[in-house]
Design a protein around this ligand. Structure first.
Ligand SMILES: [Zn+2]
Length: 109
């Protein structure tokens, strides 16, 4: 799909790695704050997880570290995903407050 193929090229331009350049250090990290509406915190967390998962394919995005907060209290952030370190360096992909055993998702073949 053209849209999916276009995203990495734009990202490479942003990072300045086109034209033979290379990154000598880890790039700085930033956080996007995008206000949205939801009827309550539970629904806000569901929506935020959906947004985080939809951006996870972008290499610059660390969706596992995603958090959500109330717009008027951004100091208090709650994690969206468990992200517990499991075997072979893999991490749990379930929501932060899951009640079943941790799980990973194998890449599609
Ligand atoms: Zn877990």
């Amino acid at each position: 799909m053209a849209r999916a193929d276009a995203a990495p090229a734009v990202s490479a331009d942003i990072l300045g790695v086109r034209g033979g350049g290379s990154l000598m250090k880890e790039p700085d990290r930033y956080v996007v704050h995008v206000p949205f509406t939801a009827p309550d915190l539970t629904r806000a967390r569901q929506f935020a997880r959906m947004v985080a998962r939809s951006t996870a394919r972008l290499p610059e995005v660390d969706a596992a570290e995603a958090t959500v907060s109330a717009e008027d209290n951004q100091v208090v952030q709650s994690r969206l995903f468990c992200d517990r370190l499991l075997d072979k360096g893999r991490r749990c992909v379930l929501r932060a407050d899951h009640e079943v055993p941790c799980a990973i998702v194998e890449p599609a073949r």
